[in-house]
Design a protein around this ligand. Structure first.
Ligand code: NAD
Length: 519
């Protein structure tokens, strides 16, 4: 049977499989290549954000279960790290094909647990898949260096070797992409990984584990635990875990960076954002407004690279009413309904927090020119919906500006000049992404040079780099040294061993110990 047909059969199999038992829908742990029912007494309900129905219950793994998972990672590291690098590469080739073949099923699960539209959920899987594809090139990225004859008959070479057991802690907003930023890079470089998906969207990670098994990855190379603070503390404290990848909020990111760091671990922590789109009056108006509306309200504003803030410079301010017209046309509905542009936000608590931040803007003097708070979606009255919302006349001291809203809300500031706009962006503590919209090359170049953000778009609203580069948020949006995926991802999950060796055809016998440095 050809690989393609085999994958097709596997796709149908996966579609029928359930990760929850029929009577009590529960999400399993994944330990040593097996899906295991937790013995915990503490469970977290996962709701479909469009309906408020409970779709599964996630266990808070017990200390014993987390220890068992870690022991399995430790044991697997011994053989996995010694397996040939091309055999690890082969697992990635197979995983790549399996993810592609199962894209639709993976996306359905994301829409059910996270709420985003099906098209957007496929994008979530695709951007993670691209990391898997890049991992197929790790054998050439993990090469060391050699210098022959550093002294007579002496050579020095370096090996780029894995760290050991690593860990990942993921957020809710990209249920597939972010786990796929983590475990493929970690394991292809020879590590094993203990992964904790977001307790709010665990399903697609479990499906990826099924695919990883089918791709021939040995048991224990990746283990999955579920939970909240106890699981995170276990990861930060376990001495066997050498490195932690985190993506999520500031509170959790700073906490993990400090706690794991104190325990001597390497940490990469991607946190919150407030991404500004700067609009100059010489920009292509149609494209700019469409891009702004898409980047502000797509995925209900729950992207770390969403353009949640716009700075309109000078005459461009006259375009704001046209932006409102575009935002009004976006269809708010359940993510699985065809034609939906904006799905629900993740939870009732999140909706409340978003609505409160909108209200705070109004109280502090901003103008609410589009209010999505009162929206009801026929057939989904219990869903957690917020319609596209626009606040203008926002100033940098307002709470709706200083806090990450993480909902379909665009806050708009005005600036007289490009210099003023750059100052506004650079004064904001976050440094994830930003974009300028202009047809003036010199203005674009000035923006690129002077802006202090890790990812810059020029007429590109969401400039997320493909995985041959790295995801390079800075300042308040990132703590750590090496970023996610790309060459920096390989650096994060590896260390260098430098070997200096002396091989001489005729052995020389030293008659006394040399105590001085060789000169
Ligand atoms: P979150 O911080 O609530 O959760 C992320 C993970 O941390 C989860 O696995 C959760 O169980 C754990 N966690 C939550 N609170 C914790 C705490 N106090 N201590 C220890 N662990 C804790 O984040 P979220 O709401 O799932 O995700 C949204 C956030 O993630 C937004 O702030 C968004 O900007 C950010 N994000 C950033 C990037 C980036 O690349 N910079 C990408 C995606 C999301």
């Amino acid at each position: 049977m050809s690989l393609v047909r085999l994958i097709g059969a596997e796709a149908r199999l996966l579609a029928k499989r359930s990760y929850s038992s029929a009577a009590v829908p529960t999400t399993k742990l994944f330990i040593d290549g097996k899906f295991v029912e937790s013995k915990t007494t503490e469970w977290i309900d996962v709701h479909n954000p469009a309906t408020n129905q409970v779709v599964t219950r996630v266990p808070k793994a017990t200390q014993d279960e987390m220890r068992t998972a870690l022991e399995s990672n430790k044991k697997a590291f011994k053989s996995w790290s010694n397996q040939s690098i091309v055999s690890r590469q082969q697992v990635m080739f197979k995983l790549q094909a399996l993810i592609k073949a199962n894209m639709g099923e993976l996306a359905k699960n994301i829409t059910q647990e996270q709420g985003k539209t099906l098209v957007d959920a496929e994008g979530d899987v695709l951007r993670g898949l691209q990391v898997v594809e890049h991992c197929c090139s790790i054998p050439s990225l993990q090469m060391g260096e050699t210098v022959a004859n550093v002294a007579r008959d002496m050579d020095t070479y370096s090996l780029v070797v894995p760290l050991g057991v690593t860990a990942g802690v993921a957020p809710f907003n990209f249920p597939a992409m972010i786990p796929l930023w983590m475990f493929p890079v970690a394991i292809t470089t020879g590590n094993t990984m203990l992964l904790k998906p977001s307790e709010r969207v665990p399903g697609v990670t479990m499906m990826l584990m099924e695919l990883l098994n089918e791709a021939g990855c040995p048991p224990g190379v990746v283990n999955i635990i579920h939970g909240q603070h106890d699981a995170v503390n276990f990861i930060c404290d376990a001495p066997e875990i050498k490195a932690v990848s985190f993506v999520g909020s500031d509170t959790a990111g700073k906490y993990i960076y400090e706690r794991a760091g104190k325990n001597g671990k390497r940490v990469q922590s991607n946190m919150g954002a407030k991404n500004h789109g700067v609009v100059l009056s010489d920009a292509n108006k149609e494209n700019t407004l469409n891009q702004l509306a898409g980047a502000a309200f797509g995925a209900a504003g729950q992207r770390c690279m969403a353009l949640s803030t716009a700075v309109f410079v000078g005459e461009a301010q006259k375009w704001i009413p046209d932006l409102v017209e575009r935002a009004k046309k976006l269809k708010v509905n359940a993510g699985h309904v065809p034609g939906t542009d904006v799905g629900p936000v993740i939870s009732a608590a999140s909706r409340q927090r978003i609505n409160d931040l909108i209200e705070s803007g109004v109280q502090e003097g901003a103008k609410l020119i589009l209010d999505g708070r009162q929206i009801t979606v026929p057939g989904y009255e219990d869903g957690y919906f917020v319609g596209p919302t626009i606040l203008t006349d926002v100033t940098p001291s307002m709470k709706c500006y200083t806090e990450e809203i993480f909902g379909p809300v665009l806050v708009i500031l005005n600036a007289d000049t490009l210099d003023d706009a750059i100052s506004i962006v650079n004064a904001n503590p976050y440094g994830n992404g930003t974009a300028v919209f202009t047809t003036n090359g010199a203005a674009a170049r000035k923006f690129v040079n002077e802006i202090d953000a890790g990812q810059v778009g020029v007429n590109v609203p969401i400039p997320v780099p493909l995985p041959m580069f790295s995801f390079t948020g800075t300042r308040g949006s990132f703590r750590g040294d090496h970023h996610f995926y790309g060459k920096q991802g390989v650096k994060f999950y590896t260390q260098t061993k430098t070997i200096t060796q002396l091989w001489r055809e005729t052995d020389v016998t030293h008659t006394q110990a040399a105590v001085a440095m060789p000169t």
